[in-house]
Design a protein around this ligand. Structure first.
Ligand code: ZN
Length: 438
């Protein structure tokens, strides 16, 4: 147990240093958890260094308990070996009918910089025996809710960054927990704000929730589908397997991009282009062509600065300008972003979350910039490709464009469907980093 306390106090101290945004002062380091309901369950490994500790409640409603334990199991299985995971929960009996469970996830990588916090919330209707969705709790379409949240954040912290506060949007209501007085909203920096039923008025919808009959018990003992793991990272190795490959091209567009697009078109193949914002306007025709061919266009920063060295404001400006340039050409908001060098910290992740984007890295790195040789790139890809490969290369080299003239037909012939990253990954979660295990 001692270890847990140490981990938490390190988090509290370093959170003050590393969190990109501090909405109000970190609470005192005394961390305790409320268990008003449920029997304590836990998952741990037998590692003396306490690599994994996940606790969660069993509340006695079978389908909900399955959902929670499946979530916990998935989380434990998706944690990489060099990460310490410590998950604690609060459970509250809100009324005779409603329960809320807040799982608080601390992940502690090999370096202090790697500490991340996230939450997973289960709001439960014990009569219908269902989880309650956020839009059954709050009318998030009503601008009054965001206005109220904004006002209360401002009141809690007079020194709040006005730009940050003005960036407030519906996504800030993604994590809400039922409380006895109303709701607790978990903010992007994992601090929280309480909104009372009284303050929310008609925007508080929970009292309108109809009672529907409980879902019938499954006929056999079929396991409930596993819910998505919650962590800041999702490992590409764990993605569903299919004979799909996503080619990705960074740092363009350039004159060589046209050659790649022509090859893709010839084989009815798709790819993803991770473009630099400052190259978009001058190459608008190429970007339109990418979109017209069904390729995915996402941002890769304005001019390839290492974002993790910038302030939150500078990161936000960079990512927003890059997306705005793309949207101006193809009329769509990119739903993913590739960080330069694949480097992501809490600030980048938080801003991606604000902008409703996931962060996508790769699992096959051609190192095409090093060899600048078409045969080397081709041989590397053919030797390393497998189902669900996301292949990194750069459309700024003629050698890479030449390699693709061999790679694209060869992969097609091997039975791989060449798809965009979104087609390969399906729906992704904003703010999460999709990458290979380190
Ligand atoms: Zn790059």
């Amino acid at each position: 147990m001692k270890k847990i306390i140490i981990i938490i106090s390190i988090i509290a101290i370093s959170a003050a240093i590393i969190l990109p945004i501090t909405l109000h002062k970190n609470q005192a380091s005394a961390v305790y958890y409320v268990h008003e309901i449920g029997d304590d369950q836990f998952i741990t490994d037998n590692d003396p260094n306490l690599h994994i500790y996940i606790s969660y409640p069993k509340i006695g409603i079978e389908n909900i308990d399955n959902e929670i334990s499946n979530w916990a199991n998935a989380l434990s299985q998706n944690t990489s070996a060099n990460v310490e995971l410590n998950v604690q929960y609060n459970s509250y009996k809100i009324s005779d009918r409603f329960i809320s469970i807040e799982e608080i996830i601390y992940e502690n990588g090999p370096n202090l910089d790697d500490i991340t916090q996230s939450v997973k919330i289960f709001n439960v209707d014990t009569i219908s025996q269902k989880l309650i969705s956020n839009n059954e709790i709050l009318d998030s379409e009503n601008s009054k809710v965001l206005d109220l949240l904004k006002k209360k954040i401002e009141k809690n912290n007079k020194n709040i960054d006005k730009n940050l506060l003005n960036s407030i949007n519906k996504d800030w209501l993604n994590n809400i927990i039922l409380t006895k007085s109303g709701v607790k909203v978990i903010l992007p920096d994992y601090t929280s704000i309480n909104l009372s039923k009284k303050e929310l008025g008609k925007s508080y919808l929970l009292n309108n929730l109809p009672i529907t009959s409980p879902a019938p018990a499954p006929a056999n003992n079929a396991p409930t589908p596993t819910s998505a793991p919650v962590s800041n990272e999702i490992f590409l190795d764990d993605a569903p397997q299919g004979a799909m490959v996503a080619l990705t091209f960074d740092d363009g567009p350039t004159e060589y991009t046209k050659q790649i697009l022509a090859t893709l078109k010839q084989y009815n193949a798709k790819a993803t282009f991770c473009v630099l914002g400052n190259r978009v306007e001058a190459n608008a025709d190429i970007i339109k062509e990418m979109d017209a061919q069904g390729c995915q266009v996402i941002g890769h920063s304005w001019d390839h600065k290492l974002l993790t060295k910038l302030s939150s404001d500078a990161i936000r400006k960079d990512m927003q300008n890059t997306n705005a340039a793309i949207k101006k050409v193809i009329g769509k908001d990119p739903i993913m972003f590739r960080a330069p060098y694949g480097e992501v910290n809490d600030a980048v992740s938080t801003i991606a979350w604000e902008m409703n984007m996931s962060l996508v890295n790769w699992n096959v790195d051609t190192n095409d910039w090093r060899s600048k040789n078409a045969n080397t790139v081709y041989n590397y890809i053919i030797a390393h490709v497998q189902n669900n490969s996301i292949i990194l290369s750069h459309d700024i080299f003629k050698s890479t464009a030449d390699a693709m003239a061999q790679v694209i037909p060869e992969l097609t012939q091997k039975g791989y469907k060449l798809v965009t990253v979104s087609e390969l990954l399906g729906d992704t979660t904003p703010g999460k980093v999709y990458r290979v295990k380190k």
